[in-house]
Write a new protein. Structure first.
Length: 132
């Protein structure tokens, strides 16, 4: 596990603000998705030196995930993957959440290449706000 979780949040992928969250101080994590397609990840810090909450919002995760529960799971899976990645490293980056899953063409039973009719897209984290 790395020492810090890096969250790139902003209006354009790679053009936002980078926030470093100390992984060793994380006490609890919750993910909630609403009907408008906005997923909110809340990270509660649980250390006597670092108390507070990080709130990360991911808008636009509507299609491809049928229910709010599956959108919450996608966000939680991305966060858990980042927390366990880069063992012994300094920084691990929080990966993107799927916004729209790819769709292959109807299967005919033929072997070989699969034609994709719709490419996968990923949602960009819009904010990562720390509240002491």
């Amino acid at each position: 596990m790395a020492n810090f979780l890096k969250v790139n949040a902003g209006p354009v992928a790679g053009d936002g603000i980078e926030t470093l969250i100390p992984i060793g101080n994380i006490g609890a994590i919750a993910s909630v998705a609403n009907a408008a397609g906005v997923t909110t990840i809340t990270i509660q810090m649980a250390n006597f030196q670092t108390t507070g909450t990080y709130v990360i919002t991911v808008p636009g995760v509507v299609a491809g995930a049928a229910t709010a529960a599956s959108r919450e799971k996608d966000a939680t899976d991305a966060l858990n993957a980042a927390l366990t990645a880069n063992p012994g490293g300094v920084v691990s980056t929080l990966g993107a959440v799927p916004a729209l899953l790819q769709a292959p063409a109807a299967q005919s039973g033929a072997q070989g290449r699969l034609v994709i009719t719709q490419p996968a897209t990923f949602a960009q984290y819009s904010t990562c706000v720390y509240t002491p």
